[in-house]
Ligand binder design. Structure first.
Ligand code: IVH
Length: 731
């Protein structure tokens, strides 16, 4: 076969592959390969077509924007096409420089001519939406589709609380939101402060002083199309998937988990049943517009964004003016450094020429404007292979399967391990040794295997079997009825658990033994110098210096730190014991309630349940821990070694007025902030829950209370205002 034939064949192959994956991605919302892999294939085809233009057929995937209309939604022809955007794949600073140089060249600017002003924005990783308002009322929402024709998803978009249904309306969309709680109720730090004069005036002045242009006019255009991204926050995504896993575990047939927030968002928007769509927690940012008729006469992109914000659309706080390439580079770096801390996924930043007149002058090439570019960050999903599946034993004996991976650069770091969570997860994803998998690392979430590429599986790869004995100590590992995890039954006989137990005891928030880190504990446990916690306090200089890489001085320091740690507090000691379900705050509550360790050790489940926030599972766990003779023995010995703390009298047992009551807060109260109200309620013994159910005793509703109030009325739950709350607290 000659070179031309080989090229033609490869181009055909690539076209077929890209058609397949584009369909999976855009139409089915179920991609099989990471975006980065798709981009690579796409670029290979592009390069091939560039070198051999005769290979560029009109139906080549390089010749269209992507996405077809799903059966079932009405089609919408966009009044103004929804364009694509050129991607600068260079992840270094030169991406911004190239763009600026190109813009200057095309505008005929010479060296020494003034800098070009840009708007720099985040590139949100979601789904582009066109929102059409007529006389200030949302009449239609459409997806991008192929850029010319999209899908009418108005019903689903209406369920997104952040999208105004009517402009100039001070009330946000009152429809119920799924996953109510944190992200829906608290102000999003990424949003500009809501339409208040002060805040937008500030930004406005900033743009005025920098542009010397006229004031932003706020009259709402009779026809206004706003474009932006619908996306899902990472916390909402995790919460939703958690709940999906719960449904699947409970036997639900038609439920599935989502591979990433982008797919979850796209799936929700294109969900044919709006009732399901509304359960999915979606967010929105505006970044552009389509048709506008009869509105103010805008001069710049930034002015329009300011107006959009003033009209009630969420605009990211990170959107900013930038002058010349240097500002763009600084923006790219700044956002890159903060990427993990943002509450949602972004795949890069976008630079746009600010002046609308210059944008017009620059125009378009095929379907991409010359005045905008996307500058990408390292992908958060990549392909790699599974070299082995190991089982890790944690402090509580929990066995976690971990995929050891061919090292891969993903989300800005090299990843070599990814958690597989538990037996059910491994089987659900059917991960096997040798498999090619998609690995995802986004935010500070631990790297995860998203899915397997079944077509790349090597024949004969064995299904993973969870071991029934602990890989560290050989004790039986069991999975209790109703539990997801296998646990090693070896307890402190298991050296893995022993190591974790010692590290837990020594950590800063427990006994705070400085210098007693993982390496040292590994060495001491492996050498048999330490078996139980009290052994720590029996260490002598000779034991320590006998260890590898342990000098005289370091050994002295460890001994001194051990000595200091003996003087501690009851909450720290309790926490340090590593009782299952007893975290720092429960340890504090127990110490406050009982005052003395003996009181806790001898308490029955009923007495333990008297402690605020201690429920049946926690009480059982504490009780079971102290029933074990060897745990009592360890405590006895630690005390004998000189570990001590101050004890106090048990707290007076005045029953709290709202003990056992569950309260839900919603809306804005006249004087109390949500946190203040929550604190008062909890101090009175109430549990403050995020959502209303039959078990809710009271709903405290303030201004703009939404779905929770409706639900309370539906279920006949008592509803109070702030005065009512105060009376309740007063008993
Ligand atoms: S502007 C003419 N700005 O990236 C320019 N797009 O192809 C049109 N995106 O699917 C797009 N963040 O959904 C623009 N700040 C931003 C964006 C953004 C994300 C998405 C958009 C589109 C793709 C661009």
């Amino acid at each position: 076969m000659n070179r031309a034939d080989a090229g033609r064949r490869r181009a055909g192959e690539l076209q077929a592959l890209l058609h397949h994956h584009a369909h999976r991605y855009y139409v089915l919302d179920a991609p099989e390969i990471p975006d980065a892999e798709y981009d690579r294939l796409f670029q290979e085809l592009q390069a091939l077509e560039e070198a051999h233009p005769e290979l560029r057929t009109p139906d080549s995937p390089t010749q269209r924007v992507g996405g077809t209309v799903l059966e079932g939604f009405a089609k919408v022809r966009h009044k103004v096409p929804m364009l694509s955007i050129r991607t600068e794949t260079d992840i270094e600073a030169s991406g911004a420089r190239n763009f600026d140089a190109r813009v200057r060249r095309e505008l005929g600017l010479k060296e020494g001519d003034p800098q070009v002003e840009y708007v720099a924005e985040l590139k949100f990783d979601g789904l582009a939406i066109n929102l059409r308002y007529e006389n200030g009322v949302l009449v239609q929402a459409a997806t991008r589709g192929d850029g010319e024709v999209g899908e009418d998803v108005t019903q689903n978009i209406r369920t997104i609380g952040q999208i105004p249904l009517r402009l100039g309306d001070p009330h946000p969309n009152p429809l119920p939101q799924a996953g109510e709680g944190a992200s829906q109720d608290q102000p999003d730090p990424n949003l500009l402060p809501p339409g208040g004069e002060g805040a937008s005036q500030q930004a406005h002045e900033n743009s005025l002083s920098r542009l010397g242009e006229r004031a932003v006019v706020r009259a709402i255009p009779p026809i206004l199309e706003v474009r932006g991204e619908v996306f899902m926050r990472r916390d909402d995504f995790e919460r939703m998937n958690e709940s999906q896993r719960g449904k699947i575990a409970a036997g639900a047939k038609n439920e599935k988990t989502f591979v990433n927030p982008r797919n979850a968002a796209a799936g929700a928007v294109r969900q044919l049943d709006p009732a399901i769509a509304r359960q999915r927690p979606l967010s929105f940012f505006a970044y552009g517009w389509g048709e506008i008729e009869g509105g103010p006469d805008f001069q710049t992109h930034f002015e329009v964004l300011q107006a959009l914000k003033a009209w009630g659309f969420p605009v990211s706080e990170r959107t900013t003016l930038a002058t010349g390439a240097d500002d763009l580079i600084a923006y790219h770096q700044g956002v890159g450094a903060d990427r993990d801390r943002l509450p949602f996924d972004i795949d890069g930043v976008v630079y746009k020429v600010n002046s609308l007149a210059l944008q017009k002058q620059l125009g378009f090439v095929t379907r991409e404007p010359r005045w905008a570019v996307a500058h990408k960050f390292p992908a958060q999903e990549q392909l790699t292979t599974v070299e082995s599946i190991d089982v890790y034993v944690g402090r509580t004996g929990k066995l976690t399967p971990v995929a050891r991976l061919q090292p891969v650069f993903v989300g800005g770091v090299t990843v070599t391990n990814a958690t597989l969570h538990n037996e059910d997860e491994v089987h659900r994803k059917d991960v096997r040794v040798g498999d090619t998998v998609i690995v995802r690392r986004a935010g500070d979430v631990i790297p995860e295997v998203v899915s397997v590429l079944p077509e790349k599986r090597v024949p004969g790869a064995a299904v993973f079997a969870m071991p029934h004995i602990c890989p560290v100590c050989g004790s039986a590992a069991v999975r209790e009825e109703g539990e997801a995890d296998y646990r090693c039954t070896g307890g402190l006989f298991c050296s893995a658990q022993r190591k974790h137990a010692i590290l837990h005891f020594a950590q800063r928030r427990a006994l705070d033994i400085e210098g007693l880190g993982e390496k040292l504990v590994d060495q001491m446990v492996d050498a048999g110098v330490i078996r139980t916690l009290p052994d720590l306090y029996r260490l002598g200089l000779a034991n320590l210096v006998a260890l590898e890489r342990m000098g005289d001085k370091s050994a002295q320091n460890v001994l001194a730190a051990l000595e200091t740690s003996k003087s501690t507090t009851l909450p720290r000691f309790l926490y340090g014991l590593g009782i299952r379900h007893v975290g720092e705050s429960t340890a504090r509550d127990l110490a406050r309630h009982f005052g003395k360790l003996d009181g806790i050790m001898d308490a029955g489940v009923e007495q333990l349940l008297q402690v605020p926030d201690v429920g049946p599972i926690v009480a059982e766990s504490i009780h079971a821990f102290f029933l074990q003779p060897h745990n009592r023995e360890v405590i006895e010995q630690l005390r004998a070694c000189g570990v001590h703390w101050e004890e106090s009298e048990p707290a007076v047992q005045a029953p709290l007025p709202l003990a056992g009551k569950t309260v839900v807060l919603t809306g804005t109260l006249p004087t109390l902030s949500r946190d203040e109200a929550k604190e008062l309620l909890e101090a009175a013994g109430a549990k403050v829950a995020a959502s209303v159910s039959k078990k809710t005793d009271y709903v405290v509703a303030g201004a703009e209370a939404g779905s929770k109030l409706e639900k309370a009325q539906l279920l006949g739950v008592a509803v109070l205002d702030e005065d009512g709350l105060r009376q309740l607290l007063a008993g």
